[in-house]
Design a protein around this ligand. Structure first.
Ligand code: SF4
Length: 361
């Protein structure tokens, strides 16, 4: 079977070319063609020797996931649905803002972590995405969005906040991050690439050592009792451990703060008492808060906090000197808001298998 070169970062591509008897600089050339120019046809990679092009046509491919559908919202938000095989689809979303353009990328088909307010969790878990499937989301979006009149890429930021827990797919996510950051590929700044985790503490340390980028943590609760319900991985890695991991991460991170994501659930985690508890919890962690109005979905059992409750909560944090912004809901007309990056997930049985494997480990 042909090797999909979208699965490789520069180091891996260099090793591949060495194996087939080619010089290391070929890796940079091909990386540039694939990601910088969005080219998938070796015959159009005009600065490669003809003999190499012929060799690559036989033994390799540049194969992003197949594009099923592209949607454009009235507010400029764009969404792509990509086919990742066996009836599964993943979505990626572009959100335009004044100063930047952010692409939200998925890392798994479904998610095994069962956060109680999350629509992805309800769909079950199928599998990790490959590197080509992760970077393929940026590949498609970048091709569609292109560059602005000054020649800068429209996509300036990437957040790994779509479907899945990125740190549960560590190796593939790190390889995809390497490609995003590589000047021969997308050349994104480490400060503009964010990995969002629900708090897999040991893997946060691994990310800090392997590929430090900006970090967001799905916090959603100010105490263990409530977080055990909303984000059940908290039972394994409780808040004290999570806060310590955040402090360790910041020591090496490109940004000197962690972003805490906090979904606002009416009557559940949005009182002033919760805000005060939160202030005490994060007192030793340089951080910013992103308050997210909940996007209700059928049978979720939760409601969106009232706007005045969100305002009061945010003001309480601000009075304590914390920076807190409220996320605008974008792309509502195409279901592109947080927690609605659903896609299609077949085979929900895998989550049980994973739980068994985890408890056996
Ligand atoms: S919130 Fe994130 S980690 Fe939790 S179930 Fe949803 S996708 Fe998974």
């Amino acid at each position: 079977m042909a090797v999909n070169l979208l699965d490789f970062d520069l180091a891996q591509l260099t090793a591949f070319f060495a194996e087939i008897g080619e010089k290391p600089f070929r890796a940079k050339q091909v990386l540039r063609w694939m990601h910088h120019f969005g080219e998938s046809d070796f015959n159009r990679m005009s600065d490669l020797a003809k003999s190499l092009r012929e060799k690559l046509v036989v033994m390799a491919s540049v194969e992003p996931p197949r594009l099923i559908k592209e949607q454009l919202s009235d507010d400029g938000t764009r969404k792509w649905l990509l086919d990742v095989g066996a009836g599964n689809g993943v979505e990626t979303v572009f959100i335009p803002e004044d100063e930047r353009g952010t692409l939200c990328i998925s890392s798994q088909v479904g998610c095994a972590l069962e956060c109680s307010f999350c629509s992805t969790a309800r769909q079950g878990f199928n599998r990790n995405l490959s590197v080509a499937e992760i970077i393929g989301q940026l590949w498609w979006a970048n091709k569609a969005m292109g560059r602005d009149p000054k020649g800068d890429r429209i996509i300036s930021n990437v957040v790994m906040m779509g479907m899945g827990e990125p740190l549960a797919n560590f190796d593939n996510v790190v390889t995809a991050l390497n490609i995003m950051l590589d000047d021969h590929a997308y050349g994104l700044s480490r400060r503009r690439v964010t990995v969002s985790t629900s708090g897999l503490v040991p893997v946060m340390d691994r990310l800090r050592d392997a590929c430090p980028v900006a970090l967001a943590v799905s916090l959603h609760a100010p105490n263990d009792a409530l977080r055990d319900v909303l984000v059940p991985i908290n039972k394994k890695y409780p808040l004290a451990e999570l806060m310590a991991a955040c402090r360790r991460y910041i020591e090496k991170a490109p940004r000197d703060f962690v972003t805490f994501e906090y979904v606002m659930l009416d009557g559940v985690n949005d009182s002033l008492a919760h805000a005060r508890e939160l202030i005490a919890l994060v007192r030793d962690v340089p951080c910013k808060f992103n308050l997210i109005p909940f996007n209700p979905f059928p049978m979720s059992g939760y409601n969106r906090s009232r706007p005045e409750a969100v305002r009061r909560f945010r003001d309480e944090l601000a009075h304590a000197g914390l920076i807190a912004t409220t996320r605008k809901t974008r792309g509502d007309d195409i279901d592109a808001a947080c927690g609605q990056l659903a896609g299609q997930v077949q085979d929900k049985t895998r989550r049980t298998q994973i739980r068994i494997m985890e408890s056996a480990a």
